[in-house]
Design a binder for this molecule. Structure first.
Ligand SMILES: C[S@@+](CC[C@H](N)C(=O)[O-])C[C@H]1O[C@@H](n2cnc3c(N)ncnc32)[C@H](O)[C@@H]1O
Length: 336
């Protein structure tokens, strides 16, 4: 682990980095070998988020078709004052924190400076956490920031010891990027980081009219397509592979049976790829695809089940109730 401690001008910053010397996750080689050897080729969405990928995601969040960020922010704005003054957390730990832009709604609550002492952003993307942390320290003088750069599927034990009542955040619908068995395992780990009185606030995209869901992943400006192709660029860099990202087309559709958006990359013509660091060569034919991301959509019932199976009690599901941008924030407490 590498540590970046606060400079003499800023003792309130501390960052732990759990990436290899090239700034990537140690698991990339094994994951890519496994995924590209499978009959349905797949890559994990965690590898989208290098600096460029994080930047493209930020651009996605303001696209007209991409309702989740706006819808979630609206719900967060509606509940923040009540939630913060009632719960009075001493720290906020946020998994998959990205730019932390929405988190500012909570950090700006009228009561926050009275009880909140520390913010723990946890994300795989080092650049975006570092810049977010620097800006938060300037804007919130009452706050210390202890960032963790790592994989929330492997490094949750690296979340620093609690220093008081904890509000855990998992926003952006990121829970929907995990398949059912992954998210039960993940949520049980999250549960182990919480004590009585702590809360989990989790952003969940809700089942709605299919056209609205599909439009959000097929924007007319092509930003989501660029984001999708960027996973190949990240793998080229991490493993010295020679994918030609521009030779792949973006394909995203709603799988109603599984209640998820699936994002794939489809080669326009046959692709021969060499990945020297894995000593691996592969051919990808037109008609095949690489499945790069899922984004599951939930109902109140499926949220209750998901949380229940991991030792959480759903206290309340807050929603914006707008049919074409329905999004929920589920407030959950650790069950005894
Ligand atoms: C859909 S974005 C959401 C970002 C932000 N929370 C929001 O609501 O706008 C997912 C975020 O999770 C991070 N992420 C994805 N997989 C991760 C993993 N396995 N471990 C840690 N962070 C991860 C990404 O870098 C990205 O910042």
């Amino acid at each position: 682990m590498t540590q970046i401690a606060g400079s003499s001008t800023n003792k309130r910053l501390h960052i732990d980095v759990h990436l290899n010397g090239d700034g990537i996750l140690e698991t990339m080689a094994d994951d890519v070998r496994l995924g590209l050897s499978a009959p349905q080729k797949w890559l994990s969405p965690k590898y989208f988020y290098d600096d460029l990928g994080s930047n493209l995601f930020e651009q996605i969040t303001v696209l007209p078709e991409y309702y989740p960020t706006r819808a979630e922010r609206k719900v967060l704005e509606d509940i923040t004052d009540g939630l913060m003054s009632h719960l009075r957390p001493a720290e906020i730990v946020e998994l998959g924190s990205g730019s932390s832009i929405k988190t500012r709604v909570l950090l700006s609550a009228p009561s926050a400076a009275d009880h909140l002492r520390r913010y723990v952003p946890f994300d795989v993307s080092e650049g975006i956490v570092l810049s977010a942390a620097q800006e938060l320290l300037l804007d919130y003088p009452y706050l210390a920031v202890h960032g963790v750069i790592g994989d929330f599927e492997h490094h949750l034990s690296q979340v620093p010891q609690s220093n008081g009542r904890r509000l855990m955040l998992f926003l952006g619908g990121t829970i929907g990027n995990l398949h059912p068995e992954q998210r039960t395992f993940f949520l049980r780990e999250v549960r182990s980081l919480l004590s009585e009185g702590d809360r989990l606030l989790i952003g969940v995209d809700l089942v709605k009219e299919v056209n609205a869901i599909e439009a959000a992943y097929n924007d007319s400006a092509g930003v989501t397509a660029a984001f999708n192709r960027n996973v190949l660029t990240a793998i080229n860099r991490g493993l010295s592979a020679n994918f030609e990202p521009d030779s792949f087309e973006h394909w995203a559709f709603f799988n109603e049976v599984e209640s998820r958006i699936e994002m794939h990359l489809v080669p326009a013509k046959q692709q021969r790829v060499r990945i020297p660091q894995l000593d691996m060569s592969l051919t990808i034919n037109p008609g095949e695809s690489i499945w790069t991301e899922s984004s599951y959509k939930f109902t109140e019932e499926s949220i209750r089940r998901m949380l229940g199976s991991a030792g959480f009690h759903l206290e309340h599901l807050y929603t914006n109730n707008e049919p074409d941008s329905l999004f929920g924030l589920a407030l959950a407490s650790p069950a005894n």
